[in-house]
Design a protein around this ligand. Structure first.
Ligand SMILES: Nc1ncnc2c1ncn2[C@@H]1O[C@H](COP(=O)(O)OP(=O)(O)OP(=O)(O)O)[C@@H](O)[C@H]1O
Length: 498
């Protein structure tokens, strides 16, 4: 083995910079070994290219500069490949080759670390969703947010709205807010199901306020449909509270406002956000007294209620509203406490690139509600059990649910002599009476409120301590709606008389 062989063996795999160490390469005969190959390939490619240029020139055409560039790049790549090919001996590389190989390796390394980072990030997002029991279906779903301040940095939430949020004592988003807010901020159409009291109202109010940016005389740009007047006024209150100091015109369609608008139909131009029940809105639509063509966000709250069996009127009304929101830019979001299959199916058929978000198990009550079943034997036993609860002492306010208006009246007459402040609310009472009862219940003047299913949805009675199902609800879903009146208090319990 001569010195050269020894050098080749020892230097196997090493890269040799010919440009810098050309003389040494000559001395060790590296050049001879590699240059044959590389120079041959190089010169052949070069020759070929020169020929091509000549032919083109002869034909009176000149290659375009970008074609030339591509050809040159190809040539370089071929050169680099050959030069970097691994042999038994020393590798010959020029500094340009090393540079291009280094770049390629760098790009590969970047890609791998990028993939790893993406993987880690996805794991983190999945962990957050699992921890908060957020189930999402759909593609390209944005990450959940964990704080309200993220909304300001990532989605440009108005600082004043953020200030209003913290003034209201709201600092950490609830699970539905964590996922539904970023989705709406990205303009995604959405079906969101989360238990009553889980903060759905805020989950659509914040994106609406962010999307509208500032007040503008462009007509109604956001529309919220609520199944009951009570729920509509609750949403109205929330929006007014959140947008304080920003100047949005948030209006509700009630009797008074409708009467006022009869004389000034153009007043709708001065609304940014409108909240209404479907009835009232359709009434105005039929009279051509309202224009919804500028609506950019349409939110349907308690959508399952609007799609309920036997309520086909609501479906027709909703269809009319959907049609009236004719802007191509309109986005729709449906919120609900329970997941009704027909709502889901409707959304899949009618919404664009739908994402559905479910919090917790479908159609189950939130875990913060303590539930108890009382066996009372007979019908009379129910009344005895209620009297017993009252005698033992309970922490008001208490909601008592019954099957019908007659049953509500009967129970009211039984309890009115127990020395407690009791009242009833049902569909036969006038709107004025209902409003008075609700505000007295909210203020604590009424301790026990007997009601039919009318109120089982959507009304936010802060601080209800006990929900008594005097009569069985007609379905599991209705039961959930009833007891969740109480879970808004995040504690206490729900009783059931059997
Ligand atoms: N992030 C939050 N942190 C603390 N409290 C919150 C938060 N979001 C909402 N709340 C409060 O929780 C209560 C219930 O919220 P909300 O009425 O929006 O629930 P919901 O899911 O819309 O119920 P419903 O099914 O009746 O519409 C309200 O008093 C609201 O102020």
């Amino acid at each position: 083995m001569d010195a050269f062989d020894l050098f080749r063996k020892l230097g196997a795999g090493a890269k040799f910079d010919f440009k810098r160490f050309g003389k040494d390469a000559e001395r060790f005969k590296v050049m001879r070994m590699m240059s044959n190959i590389s120079l041959f390939v190089f010169s052949e490619a070069e020759e070929k290219q020169d020929e091509e240029v000549e032919v083109d020139a002869a034909a009176g055409k000149r290659k375009r500069p970008d074609e030339e560039k591509t050809a040159k790049k190809k040539k370089k790549d071929t050169q680099a490949e050959v030069a970097c090919e691994e042999t038994e001996g020393i590798l010959w590389t020029s500094s340009a080759d090393r540079k291009s190989k280094g770049l390629k390796e760098g790009r590969d390394r970047d890609k791998t670390s990028m993939k790893r980072l993406q993987h880690l990030h996805q794991e983190k997002v999945n962990r957050v969703r699992m921890q908060h029991r957020i189930n999402v279906h759909g593609c390209d779903v944005p990450d959940p947010v964990c704080t309200f301040s993220e909304l300001q940095s990532e989605y440009d939430l108005n600082p004043r709205v953020l200030q209003n949020l913290s003034a209201a004592g709201l600092t950490i988003p609830t699970p539905i807010q964590m996922q539904a807010i970023p989705l709406m901020m990205h303009g995604r159409e959405l079906l969101a199901c989360a238990p009553t009291g889980s903060g759905k109202t805020l989950a659509f109010c914040l994106p609406l306020l962010t999307h509208l940016k500032q007040p503008a005389n462009l007509g109604i740009r956001a529309l919220v449909i609520s199944p009951t007047r009570e729920l509509a006024s609750q949403t109205h209150r929330e929006l007014v509270r959140l947008s304080e100091g920003v100047g949005f015109r948030v209006h509700i369609l009630d009797k008074a406002s409708m009467a006022a608008r009869k004389h000034v139909p153009s007043s709708h131009k001065k609304s940014d956000i409108l909240i209404s029940t479907p009835n009232r809105l359709v009434f105005l639509l039929k009279q051509d007294a309202i224009d919804l063509s500028s609506v950019e966000w349409l939110v349907v709250d308690e959508s399952d209620k609007l799609f309920e069996d036997g309520r086909s009127g609501f479906r027709e009304q909703l269809a009319a509203v959907f049609q009236a929101c004719s802007s191509p830019r309109v986005r729709r979001a449906l919120y609900s406490a329970t997941c009704a299959p027909d709502v889901e199916q409707w959304c899949r058929l009618n919404l664009d690139n739908l994402v559905s978000v479910n919090i917790g198990h479908r159609n189950s009550a939130v875990e913060t509600v303590e539930q108890e079943l009382l066996f009372v034997g007979t019908e009379n036993g129910k009344l005895l059990a209620v009297r017993d609860i009252i005698k033992k002492g309970f922490l008001p306010p208490m909601l008592v649910f019954v099957q019908s208006i007659d049953r509500a009246r009967e129970l009211f007459h039984e309890l009115v002599y127990e020395g407690i402040n009791v009242d009833i609310i049902h569909a036969d009472r006038t709107q004025q009476q209902r409003d008075n009862v609700i505000s007295s219940f909210r203020s604590g003047d009424i301790w026990v409120l007997i009601c039919t299913a009318l109120l089982a949805r959507g009304i936010d009675f802060k601080g209800v301590n006990l929900v008594l199902n005097y009569d069985f609800p007609t379905s599991a879903v209705e039961y959930i709606h009833r007891i969740e009146q109480q879970c808004k208090n995040k504690g206490g319990g729900g009783g059931q008389c059997k």
